[in-house]
Design a protein around this ligand. Structure first.
Ligand code: KIV
Length: 311
């Protein structure tokens, strides 16, 4: 495989695109909903082929792919570049565009405008925003404009500083009541689903039963209607700090490091490229070229009519 190789999304003609009614049905039937984040085309293709239900182009990209220390610096324009790439790799999972910090809080108009950009410019099916409070109004406005919205409560990374850092929420009765109120308000505003992040298992168990929309958990225990993990966490690509709720299903960082290290060694030892990685030329063509190069009248530097050979 090379950068010139044509890739296509692996088509599973049996699988229907995941719709909002399908997600509601999954909650009713107690069928767990599988969601992952993705930020690029090849990862989206893997999510498609693995048969996940929902893909979130999350603002966690600020940390996992852009190298920031929090999610707040990433802009909507940056997120749109990533979401467009993810869209090209997906056919059946529902694509969620994550509204980044600063792209929806100011006014309902700003929120609708940003959500519409995700739909029109990146082909997202739905959008996600964080917190209760003013976000409830923003969610209602976006839903009224015709775009489905997913809420996100508990640990909301965009406002982690205000929450006292990246730590579990709802560990006191007061905090748990706030989470319950926010989730119920988001549901009443029309959110089709809500993410619970870093919420005690016993609290999410109670709330999942009170909510009619699917709850997708990340660090919220097994009672939620589905689970989401960050791509780089689940595959062990990200070397940064790992939250308690992360389970690694692979250790790709080690494999990548090993691969790049071996490549560097082989280049330095001239073990790569091998003969099999080069292109051949007919002997008579080579001979003619040599005769031309060796003629004495050849100027020190020469140009000419070069025709690119197809690789
Ligand atoms: O941005 C993100 O990856 C998220 C998930 C943690 C739900 O919001």
């Amino acid at each position: 495989m090379s950068s010139h190789t044509q890739h296509t999304v692996e088509d599973n003609p049996e699988r229907e695109p995941v719709t909002l009614p399908r997600l509601a049905e999954m909650k009713l039937n107690a069928e767990p909903i599988v969601m992952v984040t993705a930020y690029d085309y090849p990862s989206a293709g893997i999510a498609e082929e693995a048969g996940v239900d929902m893909v979130l182009c999350g603002d966690s990209a600020a940390m996992t792919v852009l190298g920031h220390s929090s999610t707040t610096p990433v802009s909507l324009d940056e997120m749109l570049v990533l979401a467009r790439a993810v869209r090209r790799g997906l056919r059946t999972p529902m694509l969620v565009g994550d509204l980044p910090f600063g792209s929806y809080e100011r006014s309902n108009d700003q929120a609708i405008e940003s959500a519409m950009r995700y739909v029109k410019e990146a082909g997202c099916d739905v959008v996600k925003l964080e917190r209760g409070g003013i976000s409830v109004e923003r969610a209602r406005a976006i839903v009224r404009a015709g775009i489905p919205v997913m809420g996100h409560v508990g640990l909301t990374p965009q406002t982690a500083t205000a929450l006292g850092g990246f730590k579990a929420q709802g560990k006191t009765a007061d905090q748990a009541v706030r989470i319950a109120e926010e989730a119920l308000a988001l549901q009443a505003a029309g959110c089709f689903s809500i993410v619970f992040e870093a919420v005690p298992t016993a609290i999410s168990e109670v709330l999942v039963a009170k909510l009619s929309v699917p709850v997708i958990g990340i660090g919220a225990g097994v009672a939620t209607d589905g689970q989401v993990l960050v791509w780089h966490d689940l595959l062990g690509i990200y070397g940064g700090r790992q939250a308690k709720f992360v389970k690694r299903y692979a250790n790709l960082r080690e494999e990548m490091l090993e691969g790049v290290g071996r490549y560097a060694r082989e280049v330095r030892e001239r073990a790569f490229p091998g003969a099999e990685h080069g292109y051949s030329i007919e002997p008579e063509e080579l001979e003619a070229f040599r005769r031309y190069i060796e003629q004495e009248s050849l100027p020190a530097s020469f140009g000419g009519d070069w025709t690119a050979t197809e690789i």
